[in-house]
Design a binder for this molecule. Structure first.
Ligand code: PLP
Length: 396
C-alpha cells in the first residue's frame, strides 16, 4: 500500500492544522510514577531526611534490588539519567586521551556526557531498519576504541554480541535508559555493559520521577562512581578527583522501588499500548523500526518510530505539527552527529574529516524521515492515535 504524497496531505482541508476541524488535546501521559507511593514519600518528608551522604535506606534498597533485577553485582542511584552517563564514562577512565565509539542513534545526553569528558567521539552509523546502532561497523573504524557507548533507543535491542566483534573496545557502556525490560538472548538490556545507565525521568519505566541508576559488576568501578558522584570525595575532607553532586534522593528512590514492585504490570501496559498503536500502521503498510531480524530478543517499545518515504524528508516538520493538532503526541529524535555544536568543536580538535561528513549526510537523510510516538498512554489512546496516523498517511 502506498503512502500519501506530502502535497496531497498538505491540501487536506479537513485537517486541524488547515483550520478544518478543532485541535484535539494530546492524551494523558503515563509519567511512570506510581501514585500509590505517595504515602511512603510523605513519610520520608516527615522524617526530615530526604538525602543522605552516600545514599539513605531507600536508595540503598533500590540499588540492591535493581542490581539483582538486571543481574549485576551493584548499582549506584543518581539524581538523573544524564548524571549517571557522565559518572559511568568517568569511572571507566574516559578522558581527553580516549576515543569513544558512540552510536549516532541515541539521546543527546550520552553525547553531552562524552563532551564533558573531553573525549573524542567516533560515530557509528544507524541501521535503517532497526534505528539503533548498526552491528557491521568495521569500515567506519580506523582507530582503536577505548569505550563503546551505545543507546538502546526506542527500547529496541542492539545485538551487542555482534557489535563487539567489529568494534573490540576495552570497555562497554550501555545507555539502556529507554530499554528497561527489553531482553537480548534471555538477559535484560544493560546486563552486558561494564557500566549500564538507566534514566528515571518522565515517561521512563524506572519510575523515579527524576533520577538515574548505573549497574556494574566490578566493585572498584562502583566505588569510583560513588566518589565521583559525591564531589570527588571518598572518606577524607579532600576531593580525590573533581567530582559532582550526583547522588539520588530518598523520595525518588522510594518512587523507583514502588515502580519496581509493579514492574511486570507496567511492562505489560507499555507492551499492549505499543501493540495497539503499531497494529493499524502495520496493516496500512507503513514502515516501522523493527527488532533486529533473526536475533533472539524481546522489545518493550518506549517509542514507535515511523520511517517515511524519501519524498517526506522536507515535510516531516509540518507533519509532526499536523499530527499533534490531531491529538497524536509526536516527537522527533535528531541523530547525535547532527547536533549543531558538535562539528565546530570536533573541527577545532582536528577530529572532523571525510568520514564524519559522509556519516552526517547519511544519518541526516535517514533521521529526517523519522518521527516517533511514545507508548506512555492507555491502550485506547494508542489505538486511536494509530488509526489517525494510518488514516492520514496511507493511500487506501
Ligand atoms: C531520558 C534519557 C536520558 C536522560 O535521562 P535524564 O534522567 O532525563 O537525565 C539518557 N538517555 C536516554 C536514551 C534517555 O531516553
Amino acid at each position: 500500500m502506498a503512502i500519501v504524497a506530502p502535497r496531497r496531505l498538505r491540501e487536506n482541508a479537513e485537517l486541524a492544522i488547515n483550520g478544518g476541524r478543532p485541535c484535539q488535546p494530546l492524551p494523558v501521559e503515563d509519567t511512570g510514577v506510581i501514585r500509590e507511593a505517595a504515602d511512603t514519600v510523605a513519610e520520608i518528608i516527615r522524617t526530615g531526611q530526604i538525602n543522605y551522604w552516600r545514599g539513605g535506606p531507600q536508595a540503598k534498597a533500590l540499588e540492591r534490588r535493581f542490581a539483582q533485577f538486571i543481574g549485576k553485582r551493584g548499582a549506584f542511584f543518581h539524581n538523573s539519567g544524564s548524571a549517571s552517563l557522565l559518572t559511568g564514562l568517568y569511572a571507566l577512565g574516559v578522558d581527553e586521551k580516549s576515543a569513544v565509539a558512540i552510536s549516532s542513534s541515541g539521546f543527546v545526553a550520552s553525547l553531552n556526557a562524552l563532551y564533558h569528558r573531553r573525549s573524542r567521539p567516533v560515530f557509528l552509523p544507524t541501521c535503517p531498519r532497526t534505528l539503533v546502532c548498526a552491528t557491521d561497523v568495521g569500515p567506519w573504524l580506523m582507530e582503536s576504541i577505548d569505550v563503546l557507548l551505545v543507546t538502546q533507543l526506542l527500547g529496541n535491542v542492539i545485538d551487542i554480541d555482534a557489535l563487539l566483534t567489529s568494534v573490540k573496545p576495552n570497555h562497554l557502556h550501555e545507555d539502556a535508559s529507554q530499554a528497561l525490560g527489553s531482553k537480548l538472548r534471555g538477559q535484560y538490556v544493560g546486563y552486558r555493559g561494564e557500566v549500564s545507565s538507566f534514566a528515571g525521568s518522565n515517561r521512563k519505566l524506572l519510575g523515579a520521577g527524576h533520577g538515574g541508576i548505573n549497574v556494574y559488576d566490578r566493585d572498584d568501578i562502583g566505588e569510583r562512581m560513588r566518589v565521583i558522584g559525591h564531589h570527588g570525595k571518598a572518606s577524607t575532607q579532600f576531593g580525590e578527583v573533581p567530582g559532582f553532586n550526583f547522588r539520588g534522593g530518598e523520595m525518588e528512590a522510594a518512587l523507583a522501588l514502588a515502580a519496581l514492585d509493579r514492574f511486570e504490570q507496567k511492562r505489560q501496559m507499555r507492551l499492549d499500548s505499543a501493540q495497539a498503536f503499531r497494529q493499524p500502521l502495520v496493516q496500512a503498510g507503513l514502515q516501522l523500526a523493527e527488532p533486529p531480524a533473526g536475533v533472539d530478543c524481546s522489545v518493550v517499545w518506549f517509542d514507535t518510530a515511523i520511517i517515511l518515504p524519501e519524498e517526506w524528508s522536507e515535510e516531516r516538520g509540518w507533519l509532526v505539527d499536523a499530527l499533534r493538532m490531531e491529538g497524536v503526541p509526536t516527537w522527533i529524535y535528531p541523530s547525535l552527529i547532527e547536533m549543531p555544536w558538535l562539528r565546530p568543536w570536533m573541527e577545532s580538535m582536528g577530529w572532523w574529516g571525510e568520514r564524519e561528513n559522509a556519516l552526517l549526510a547519511q544519518e541526516r537523510a535517514l533521521w529526517n524521515r523519522v518521527f516517533v510516538v511514545g507508548s506512555q498512554m492507555s491502550c485506547a489512546d494508542s489505538a486511536r492515535c494509530g488509526e489517525i496516523v494510518a488514516g492520514l498517511l496511507a493511500v487506501p
